[in-house]
Design a protein around this ligand. Sequence first.
Ligand code: HPA
Length: 245
Amino acid sequence: MLAILGGSGLTQFAELEVTRRKPVDTPYGAPSDALTIGTIGGAPALFLARHGRGHSIAPHEVNYRANVWALRQEGVEGIVAVAAVGGIRRDLAPGELLLPDQIIDYTWGRRSTFFEGADTPVTHIDFTEPYSAALRRRILAAAAACGEPVVDGGVYAATQGPRLESAAEIDRLERDGADVVGMTGMPEAALAREAGLDYAAIAVVANHAAGRGESAGAVSLERIAAVLEQAMHRVRRIISTIVAR
Ligand code: HPA
């Protein structure tokens, strides 16, 4: 069973025929919401809203450890994360979908490992390739099967939020090699690796990043909501195709 970890603009998954909502607890506290378990096209799937059902948990307040642990406890084979991003690269317009293959972490102060505490041996994970190649291939194949264009590869910069970036910060991220910027990709991806779960993300470009294109003077939050609303139909189609295959 695959888990879908929905972000901004994806707090419910319409195609999921819900069989039950399961409140769970973990050694790291409660996840963002109860797990929504059901089927898509007859195949089992599980959905969790990263920011809670009412979208009330800010990126820096998400209990990433509890979310990932809850999914692992449920025995999922992998996580397809959905994340709204700002487009830094010039060709990444609002509405575009991108499958990142690299991450740079600019977040701070988040609980970012399961391997801490007096009784836990120091453990290092390999993170050279932060996203699962196998899961990325499945997403790309599903997108191709339903005729949805997806940009294959890109560097995701994870910022602390909840504020958006300054134009100079975006310039710096670009110099660092980042293509898109979001607030939730880390520590989520690293925790999934620690938990031994395949993890890949579908980044939904919600806006030009600060200082770029339409956002030259300011980022329009109203426009972000409208873009996400429209783009999530396509994301749900792709994910439904992966699950049902
Ligand atoms: N920056 C950071 N996170 C985001 C953005 C952005 O421009 N758009 C959507 N999530």
